[in-house]
Ligand binder design. Sequence first.
Ligand code: DXP
Length: 256
Amino acid sequence: MPVFYGTEIASRLMLGTAQYPSPAILAEAFRRSGAGIATVSLRREGAGGAGAAFWQLIRDLGVAVLPNTAGCHSVREAVTTAHMAREVFGTDWIKLEVIGHPDTLQPDPFGLVEAARILTEEGFKVFPYMTEDGVLAGRLLEAGCQVLMPWGAPIGTGLGLNNRYGLRTLRAQFPEVPMVIDAGLGLPSHAAAAMEMGFDAVLLNTAVARAGDPAAMAEGFARALEAGRLALEADPMEPRDMAAPSTPLIGLAVLA
Ligand SMILES: CC(=O)[C@@H](O)[C@H](O)COP(=O)(O)O
């Protein structure tokens, strides 16, 4: 199972907590999937009222909490949000989002590295939401990140693994670094593919929360992750261009 900053997590599935039809359905999705981490936006939180009820719901899930800086578009905003999240959620883990473009929600690589450096120097354990760029990965590791979270596709699109070549290259470049595919997954098969490529976990929200039956979809993702991981560990065959008969040729019927 994946180890993030020295903590072993019981599942390869990390789920977001937004957009569910109801709190009960959110809780059921976590229960059926066995997800090990819930990512929570500070923007959902408040000091009391609905915020407090939501926080209690998350506590009751019994999973590790990964606060995020979702919706932050500058270094300052992300760092301030991380400070507040540490206080509210009582953890130094932070999923760092510094959004660079309002339409694609693509991470801002420059702001991300700067914010990551500031936060790791302050003792945060940073999980940076990034593109699949290998140079950026190197800079984030230099900045002190010990986990990387490359995107599958833009947030909320459900497109899956948009750049498989880039993701494969990134995985091969840093084989020892725990990596989580974050965002853009739409189907369990996308999660299975991420496992087959050697990624350690996936984080998703929209595909589950917006499904007709979120709890069933969450379970579907959990099963796909297991299947994909099993396939990776089973040492899959190499694909080849030329056909090769899988049935022996000897013993063929001879027609006179
Ligand atoms: C909840 C969260 O952290 C999102 O910003 C995350 O990246 C998930 O993206 P999807 O909703 O596309 O799964």
